[in-house]
Design a protein around this ligand. Sequence first.
Ligand SMILES: NC(=O)c1ccc[n+]([C@@H]2O[C@H](COP(=O)([O-])OP(=O)(O)OC[C@H]3O[C@@H](n4cnc5c(N)ncnc54)[C@H](OP(=O)(O)O)[C@@H]3O)[C@@H](O)[C@H]2O)c1
Length: 270
Amino acid sequence: MTDFDGQVILITGASTGIGRAAAIAFREAGARVALAARSADVLARLAEELGGPEWAIAIPSDVSDPVQCERFVAEAAAHFGRVDALVNNAGMVVSGLFEHLQPGDAERQFQVNFFGALYCARAALPHLKAGRGVIVNVSSVAGLIGTPTASVYSASKAAMNAWARALWVELKPAGVDVVTVCPYFTSGVQLAQKGVIREGSLHNRPGKERRAPGTQTAEEAAQAILRATRRRPRIVVLSWAGRLIWRLDRLFPWLVDWIMARGTRRLLEE
Ligand SMILES: NC(=O)c1ccc[n+]([C@@H]2O[C@H](COP(=O)([O-])OP(=O)(O)OC[C@H]3O[C@@H](n4cnc5c(N)ncnc54)[C@H](OP(=O)(O)O)[C@@H]3O)[C@@H](O)[C@H]2O)c1
């Protein structure tokens, strides 16, 4: 499969997890990739593994800083000469009961997950319009419902989803698509390890790890991102469990909240 031949894909959060898997998958499909994240060494090694400057470049960036987002896009566009897709994947989680969050936690959550995507999209827009490209936002099933003990994470992803819907309408006439990909729980990723963990968190509990039914791998999520970039649906929800929750929530939101309340209470009491 090389249907991304010649295309240039910008991926944020490419140092680990889903973003790293997406960078590898896009390269295997023939694309050239520009990689952003804060871990400069990890990113540089990955760019080398993916074929070096002709095929992959590392541009260390913190997406919570608009200046670094502008520089990321400008350097990528100058290096490769075009931008066909921006994959807004960089993310972190603030985890814990809302009453235990510290001043600045919610702001940091939005700064990375929401504003980071917005800054990159704003910088990439002229290039995407020139090539009728696509913005792919890596959101979460948590953004489709309310997730207890990760309330501001949920809110940051819900904000991303609403922004994407409005942006889709605004950009469609210019031929630019906006796609929302909502992964469910993903195995083998470090999201919580680098996150902000407060009292009441269900993340990082040694000996109490659970693998939720329907958990997908980072590679499966990456393939879904690839398909979404190619086909450009408005929204893709990953895993049978993610889709079940999404559909159930549209019909019976009270039932989903009841299930979440029961499950959260049980896990917090463990
Ligand atoms: N894991 C899940 O179960 C799950 C479920 C649903 C949705 N998602 C979403 O999937 C996306 C990828 O997460 P993941 O699961 O692959 O977790 P991950 O392995 O922790 O990856 C997060 C990536 O974002 C980067 N990042 C974090 N803060 C950044 C910042 N300020 N500036 C630039 N890059 C930053 C990290 O790199 P550096 O630390 O090097 O900067 C890393 O490359 C996230 O948006 C997440 O919300 C994950």
